[in-house]
Design a protein around this ligand. Sequence first.
Ligand code: NAD
Length: 498
Amino acid sequence: MRTITHWIDGKPDTGSSGRTSPVWNPATGEQQAEVALANAQDVDRAVRSSRAAFQQWSQSSLSARTKILFAFRELVNANAEQIAELITDEHGKVLSDALGEVQRGLEVVEFACGIPTLLQGGYSDQVSTGVDVFSFREPLGVCAGITPFNFPAMVPMWMHPVAIACGNTFVLKPSERDPSASQLVAELWAQAGLPDGVFTVLNGDKEAVDGLLDHPDVAAVSFVGSTPIARYIHERASANGKRVQALGGAKNHAVVLPDASLDFAAEHLVAAAFGSAGERCMAISAAVAVGSAADDLVAAVSEKARAVKVGSGRDADSEMGPVITEAARDRILGLIGSGETQGAELAVDGRGLTVPGHENGFFVGPTVIDRVRTEMDVYREEIFGPVLSVVRTDTVEEAIALINANPYGNGTAIFTSSGDAARRFQRGVQVGMIGINVPIPVPMAYYSFGGWKDSLFGDKHIHGPEGVSFYTRAKVVTSRWPRAEMPSGASYHFPTAT
Ligand code: NAD
């Protein structure tokens, strides 16, 4: 059995715990590798190596860092297919989707290549007679990233290129379910010329995470994953005095008004609900059909859902792959059943799907549940599978109120041909990322990504300008170079400008 190791001090490292976790191929249902799980000693060794590397890396020039970032950009681009294949084999998503994920991660690397401009400070001349003030930002130290299974390359790339460009060192704790992409990324950083210890991969579960949250030499923690764990990470790391951004789960609504092109909306809803088997934090999991849009929308969505080609992510014809584990599949099937027993209507039932040649794979077919009410489990739970719930409302105001009553606030979308309705929507919803006739409004790398309410704990969104701000802290210098003939200006009252 292949063992996926840690990456510490610029080389593979098997760790000392002796504990491992299975890594499955979700399309075949077979175990294909095991991943080493770090213990507290491994965490300490990794953080010490990272701390030692910080001494030099934080002093490296902007041009030296930029050269390495550009080289890394070229290497990720050249190896995009290989990274995508590792993702497909461990996560299950179709290869074209995995390639798209690498591309979106690459865009953050490209953003980070502009670090000399992003770190430009401010300068005020002569704020008082003979006194100047200037400000600049410095790196924090060892930054940790704890990431989810659903984007094993992109989500870590929301973090490490920006953290490293800012002069920090970075310890990545990827999901134990699909860890291989991170190993390859570590090799690419090394090939790009990044000094040993600046980028570390520490595989593991709760033990590794807790070790990072409690380690005195970890300065900041970026987390992306489910809401209960995000809340826990935020509380524990904050209590330990660390800077924290913890992005959580989601329930993303797409509102469809009667004046929208229903065919256009249905096509986009199906892609946004079932792409990557619904395992995206920006997936649309609730369609809110307003007024007379509902019946035609459900009919159009159902027809398209039935036509989705489900199969192995390695099969070029597949549009949707399996879900991540057998347990995830069983949980999703159970939730679909609860929708039925709680009184919703199954317009398309994805249970019982088998894929010829992949009978043991973790597949769930696209599912559309109509007449869902907000008290039902399918609405309340983040299903994280290929299930689209349709909730019906009479007005757009009712739709906005429904979204605002939901504890999550990651992404949302509206389909309409009315600029006025779209504007009322964008101003009225308490959600961080909004699409207007765009179902999955993931911001470009030069904006920042983040939700509101239970979808994000902490102040800063991730990557983009807020990422640079998160991974640095400001210094402001007030400076005077006195000449002999100048009055000293010293006094016992509080200093004021003269
Ligand atoms: P998860 O919360 O189970 O795991 C995320 C990370 O936390 C993993 O590295 C895991 O090893 C670690 N972890 C799990 N349990 C832990 C515990 N008890 N203590 C400490 N660490 C623990 O999430 P997942 O299932 O890997 O990913 C899916 C979730 O991530 C969904 O809820 C999805 O919405 C969310 N997500 C959010 C965003 C966003 O930007 N808001 C992006 C992607 C995914």
